[in-house]
Write a protein that binds this ligand. Structure first.
Ligand code: 1CP
Length: 339
């Protein structure tokens, strides 16, 4: 935690979710040559190169490993593909017993190329901290059940309602495996980890406690037991009022926020020494102009009494103009210099 806290004391550092991605021409040019997205995630030298592209162009304060949250279902033996302009496509799963024969240690070995990527990056990262990650177990399971990005999430909802015990077995398995995977990333050299629970907002209070808070808490405890100094960023997107029980129980080192930020969230975070990360709307970043500048200033002011890492409320979109990214970074830099 010390490195991160020291950095935040000096200035508001900044990185963007999906900073390595399709808005960058240099990414699109690699992607043209490697059409299969999963293969790209497992190509260690290309994945390391892609992770560094946004650093070279914009000098972001953190490097995030280039990979995807869906390498976990892939490693567990589920078929995962990415179709251009559609997104991920998976062979839908139905029951826990589909995984009864899997050996998690053997599955973990399939993720070895990602450890190679991390090892390359630890040599190249200079003074930057490297962020490793996994999906939140519930979020990963939405893709495993729905077979991709779903509009209504009916299949996972039905599973929870009708076969709750079987669902619990699966979420436990994905949580165990995620912990093993994160530990391996830390041993390979990542400095910080982030858990992307992007679909947390789907659940009502009771299910949220059981399927968002409990697995995230288990990840937190397991990592802190072995690596007390590694900061963990949690991103329970669209949690609305459940965010308070999340903060109380998971006790994130860093909480990544999406849309609205209330005075209450700012207060609770400050009291509990939780660093906040966020929360520029990617659409405002696309549109640019004075509205963008005003919004960046507003966010910097809003978080000025908290420990703060500047980021977006969700991933950067492919049509984002590069100039708007540069302007945002320039605005943050000048505000940092005058604070
Ligand atoms: O076609 C392409 O080139 C693929 C676009 C792309 C990229 C660049 C995908 C497909 N994944 C990624 C990289 C990625 N994904 C990173 C790399 C590091 C970085 O931030 O630069 C990370 C951290 C992720 C995480 C991820 N993947 C999440 C969690 C964050 C979030 O956006 O909510 C999720 C839900 C995914 C699934 C995913 N991967 C890709 C797509 C199109 C999707 C579906 C997105 C959705 O359902 O909205």
């Amino acid at each position: 935690m010390d490195n991160l806290r020291q950095l935040i004391k000096k200035k508001t550092p900044v990185w963007f979710m999906r900073q390595a991605g399709r808005y960058l021409p240099e990414y699109r040019s690699i992607r043209k040559k490697e059409k299969n997205f999963i293969d790209l995630c497992f190509n260690s030298s290309l994945a390391a190169e892609i992770s560094l592209q946004p650093i070279r162009r914009f000098n972001f304060d953190f490097i995030i490993l280039f990979s995807d949250i869906l390498v976990i279902p892939h490693a567990l033996g589920q078929k995962v593909e990415f179709k251009e302009s559609i997104g991920p496509i998976l062979n839908k799963i139905k029951a826990a017993n589909e995984f009864s024969l899997v050996d998690l240690q053997v599955c973990l070995e399939k993720l070895e190329p990602i450890m190679e990527t991390i090892k390359i990056l630890t040599k190249e990262k200079k003074n930057k901290q490297l962020i490793g990650f996994c999906g939140g177990p519930f979020t990963v399971l939405t893709y495993m059940f729905e077979g991709g990005t779903s509009k209504n999430h009916n299949l996972i909802r039905k599973k929870i309602k009708q076969e709750r015990e079987d669902f619990k077995k699966l979420i436990n398995l994905v949580t165990d495996f995620s912990i093993m995977y994160l530990i391996k990333q830390i041993r390979s050299g990542v400095d910080i980890i982030k858990v992307f629970e992007s679909w947390a907002g789907l659940l009502d209070k009771e299910d949220y406690n059981e399927f968002v808070i409990e697995p995230n808490e288990r990840i937190k405890t397991a990592i802190k037991t072995s690596f007390p100094k590694i900061p963990i960023i949690f991103f329970p997107r669209q949690s609305s009022r459940n965010i308070y029980s999340f903060m109380k129980r998971v006790k994130p080192d860093v909480l990544s926020l999406d849309k609205e930020v209330s005075a209450e969230v700012l207060n609770v975070a400050k009291k509990n020494e939780i660093i906040l990360q966020g929360n520029l709307d990617p659409l405002i970043l696309i549109n640019g102009g004075k509205k963008l500048e005003d919004e960046v200033k507003k966010i910097m002011l809003q978080f000025s009494k908290n420990d703060h890492i500047f980021n977006l409320s969700h991933g950067i979109m492919p049509i984002t103009p590069l100039d708007n990214v540069q302007k945002t970074l320039d605005t943050i830099k000048s505000l940092n210099e005058t604070r």
